[in-house]
Structure formats: C-alpha cells, structure tokens
Design a protein around this ligand. Structure first.
Ligand SMILES: Nc1ncnc2c1ncn2[C@@H]1O[C@H](COP(=O)(O)OP(=O)(O)O)[C@@H](O)[C@H]1O
Ligand SMILES: [Mg+2]
Length: 242
C-alpha cells in the first residue's frame, strides 16, 4: 500500500544541536502507528517537526506526495494533517461549541460539527460550557474533535493519555482505536507503550532522536529488547523509588 506519510533521513532541532538524528518513518492510510520511547527521546520534537513547528529541519517529509519540510502549520492542516499537542489543545475560556467553530480550514462547519458530536457524544450536552470546566476526558475528546474538524487524513497525537486520570486511559485508547473507521490514520506518540501498541498496526521506538526499532505492533509487544527500550524509563523510575 502506498504510504500516506513518508519521512526519510529527518534531522533537526531548536538551537545549534540536532534533536532528530536521521528519522525514517512511514504511516499508511487508516492505520495506527505508535511512536514510543523514554522521556527526552525526541517524540514531541518529531511530532512538531511534521506539522511545521520545529525551527530547524532537513530531510524529507512526504505527505500524499507533497513535501512538508519548510511548510507552515496552516499549510499542513490544509493538506490533511491534524495535530493534537500534549498541552494547550483547547481554548479554556471558550465554550465547547466555540472551540469547534473557531477551527480554521474546516468547511461545512455545521455539518461537520454535527458529525463529530455524534462521534463524541459526551460533548453534545456541554456545547455551551466553557472548555476549562470540562473533565480531563471530555477535554481530550474536545481536543480530538477540534483536530478532526477539517477532515484530516492523518491525526498526530502527542501523549493523549498523559493528562488523564488512570480510570480514563482505557476509554481514551478505545476512542483512538476507532479513528481509522472514520478514515483517519493516527501517528500516536505515547509513553504508555504497551497500551498504545495494543491498538496499533505498527510501531517504532525512538532513542536519542533515532528510530532504534520499527516493526509490527504485535512484534514490539512480545520482543524482549523492544520492551527493554520502551520500558527503560519505568524501570529507572522503579529503581529510583526503591
Ligand atoms: N523548545 C525546546 N527548546 C530546546 N530544546 C528542547 C525544546 N523542546 C525539547 N527540547 C529538547 O529536545 C529533546 C527531546 O525532547 P522531546 O522531543 O520533548 O522528547 P520526548 O517527547 O520524547 O520526551 C530533549 O533533550 C529536550 O530537552
Ligand atoms: Mg513529549
């Protein structure tokens, strides 16, 4: 199958030194790909690089044949990429309805909002409520709904479960698992690697701004070396706590 997103030999960073050190990665239509890796591996930097938010970048990012390197975020949205950043992904002082209405690049806003409210039923009764007063799970749904407003073919999510209470995490993964049925492929950046891989088709592990392993999700879930890599941080934390 032809790739939707094809990244090759991507380097870049914020200041003088590179954070991304030659990334290769592919996302095919309507599949879920997890990007795992410990804290500081470069996962958020990679997500930002794809949507034009990294100041310095070289290499190739092809999305449906268009090269994204050097493009602004709005152009990436127009081409069909949605981005849900880890924080600041809704406007807290605006209502739920306003949060959806102000998304730029969306056509047929009313019809699209109706579609998304059917997909995220928790939001429908809260349209007039300020986003800042939503629960963590509702807020997360709003952030995803906002990103889906322009009908992207690819949704990039940066640690969507990080701010959720443990009880909400499974529901969030279930919501993500269903996105391909809406025709959306997902690039899922997650520290909860096992749960993310369980709903993914494929995955890769970043370390030091490089892909150190890439495989079918099922393989990464059973491979001992992979677990060592993506669970490294959990082990360090456990060791520090004991
Ligand atoms: N805005 C920034 N300016 C400078 N360095 C940054 C910035 N954001 C992240 N970094 C650095 O880039 C590296 C990778 O960070 P990040 O991509 O956030 O990792 P991850 O998301 O995998 O935890 C870290 O060393 C971090 O300190
Ligand atoms: Mg991060």
């Amino acid at each position: 199958m032809t790739a939707l997103l094809e990244i090759s030999d991507l380097h870049g960073g914020y200041g003088d030194s590179d954070i991304l050190n030659g990334i290769d990665l592919e996302v095919r239509p309507a599949e879920i790909v997890t990007v795992a890796g410990t804290n500081g591996a470069g996962k958020s930097t990679l997500a930002k690089a794809i949507v034009g938010l990294l100041p310095r970048l070289r290499g190739r990012i092809a999305f449906r044949g268009a090269d994204l390197v050097g493009r602004r975020t709005e152009a990436c949205v127009q081409l069909g990429i949605g981005f849900v950043p880890q924080v600041a992904n809704v406007f807290p002082s605006l209502t739920v309805a306003e949060n959806l209405q102000v998304v730029s690049g969306a056509r047929d806003r009313k019809a699209r909002m109706a579609e998304l409210l059917a997909t995220f039923p928790a939001l429908a009764p809260r349209l007039g409520q300020r986003a800042g007063s939503l629960s963590g799970g509702e807020r997360q749904q709003l952030a995803v709904a906002r990103a889906l407003m322009p009908r992207p073919a690819l949704l990039i999510m940066d640690e969507p479960t990080a701010a959720l209470s443990p009880a909400r995490v499974s529901a969030a993964f279930e919501l993500i698992r269903d996105l391909p049925r809406l025709g959306v492929a997902v690039l899922l950046v997650e520290q909860r690697a096992r749960q993310a891989l369980a709903i993914s088709d494929r995955g890769c592990i970043l370390d030091g701004g490089k892909v150190v392993m890439a495989s079918e999700a099922a393989t990464l879930l059973t491979d001992g070396r992979a677990a060592e890599l993506y669970l490294g941080q959990a082990r360090q934390e456990a060791a520090a706590a004991s």
